[in-house]
Design a protein around this ligand. Structure first.
Ligand SMILES: [Zn+2]
Length: 394
């Protein structure tokens, strides 16, 4: 993965927004620019899967100085991120929570509101405490496909060590919010000199003092992971006995489209049928890979727990249903029918399904045994109050 940082673009971005945010120091604008660059890569931060932060000191209305955390608001897109999408919070208060043993979501939401220094309705990211607990000025958090390909397998932690040595610490999945923040902080303290932490079944966090250096650290970690995995490849999926082309998939889709449309009471659906997906779902290894449970909480949140495999007559293909399982139906002769509240959310479902299947396929082809998110966490994010606004069907 290449760095997208271009000095001229950075300066333009700062120029464009510095008047609107004339009380903000330039470094906040540079971190907002870095956030957009992370958002430009689907394999890092698809549909908002990630967040960034910046720590500084601000002058309050009464003239007093306060240490502040600027953290991405929940649900704001990274690719079109603006400086006003940072929520400003009382850093001293958040850091003080480190000594607690637990902190439930309702209390977290309430205390976040009470200690918000910016006067707006934005909700700070559920991962804000993780940003607050890491002492570095800049923190970037992403959900990179290249890292998930390495760690979402049995013995994934060992494989990550083989690739990164002590450069990155690795922790088991922890529930987002307070538990994750504590686990990441403790790992950063225990592994002196590490440049970041990988959270299994979730993603990556890196930190430092300069927005560009930290952004480029993420890029260099991903590049190393991308270079490492192909060296492991020793088996490919069995080639399909009877494959189908994109054209045939579209012809078959046209035959069922009306049937599905007539039965959908609301919402929209789209067809996911690029050649790699058609090859996978027609391979004899495909069904097992497709039907595996999800790898991170992002996938059940958007695409629900599992995809439905349907290989009967194409005229009897099940209709993806509204907010009940599944949101994606796989038919080897058609492709994957993906459902959402509207066209853009159907496309979101398709993007998550495509990425999930590509990651699982890579685990298989690099000799791994895929390991899904533990069952106790699979439904957690989907039904968690703090996250509800993100995925509700209208
Ligand atoms: Zn995350």
């Amino acid at each position: 993965m290449l760095s997208r940082w271009i000095e001229a673009d950075e300066l333009n971005f700062i120029k464009q927004y510095e008047n609107a945010h004339n009380k903000l120091e330039k470094e906040v604008l540079r971190q907002a620019y870095a956030t957009r660059l992370l958002g430009a890569e689907n394999d890092l931060t698809m549909h908002g899967g990630g967040n960034t932060s910046f720590k500084t000191v601000i002058t309050c209305k009464d003239g007093s100085q306060k240490r502040a955390l600027f953290v991405k608001a929940s649900g704001t897109p990274l690719s079109s991120f603006l400086p006003e999408h940072f929520v400003v919070m009382d850093l001293g208060f958040l850091e003080g929570l480190k000594s607690l043993n637990n902190f439930d979501d309702d209390t977290m939401a309430r205390e976040f509101k009470n200690h918000q220094l910016s006067n707006d309705d934005l909700l700070p990211s559920i991962e804000s405490l993780m940003h607050a607990f890491i002492p570095a000025r800049i923190v970037d958090h992403t959900h990179p496909a290249a890292i998930l390909k390495i760690v979402n397998r049995i013995d994934g932690g060992e494989l990550l060590k083989e690739c990164f040595g002590n450069e990155l610490a690795v922790i088991p999945y922890a529930r987002m919010g307070f538990d994750l923040a504590k686990a990441v902080f403790e790992a950063s303290q225990k592994n002196a000199g590490c440049k970041g932490v990988v959270m299994r079944h979730h993603g990556l966090i890196v930190w430092g003092e300069d927005p560009r250096a930290v952004y480029e650290r993420t890029i260099s970690v991903i590049t190393k992971a991308e270079d490492f995995l192909p060296r492991k490849i020793f088996r490919s999926i069995a080639p399909p006995e009877v494959g189908i082309s994109v054209d045939v998939s579209i012809q078959n889709y046209e035959k069922v489209k009306l049937f599905i449309k007539e039965r959908l009471t609301h919402g929209a659906f789209t067809l996911l049928n690029p050649p790699d997906i058609l090859e996978l779902i027609n391979s004899s290894d495909g069904k097992a890979i497709v039907c595996d449970p999800p790898l991170t909480p992002d996938y059940p949140m958007y695409a629900r727990i599992s995809l439905q495999w349907a290989d009967g007559d194409i005229n009897s293909v099940p209709v993806p249903a509204a907010d009940t399982f599944p949101r994606a139906v796989v038919h080897p002769k058609i492709g994957v029918l993906c459902y959402g509240a509207d066209e853009s959310s159907a496309k979101k479902t398709a993007d998550f399904v495509h990425q999930a299947l590509s990651i699982r396929r890579a685990v298989f082809e690099t000799g791994g045994t895929y390991e899904s998110l533990a069952a106790e966490f699979i439904l957690d994010m989907q039904y968690r109050g703090y996250q509800q606004s993100k995925t509700h069907l209208k």
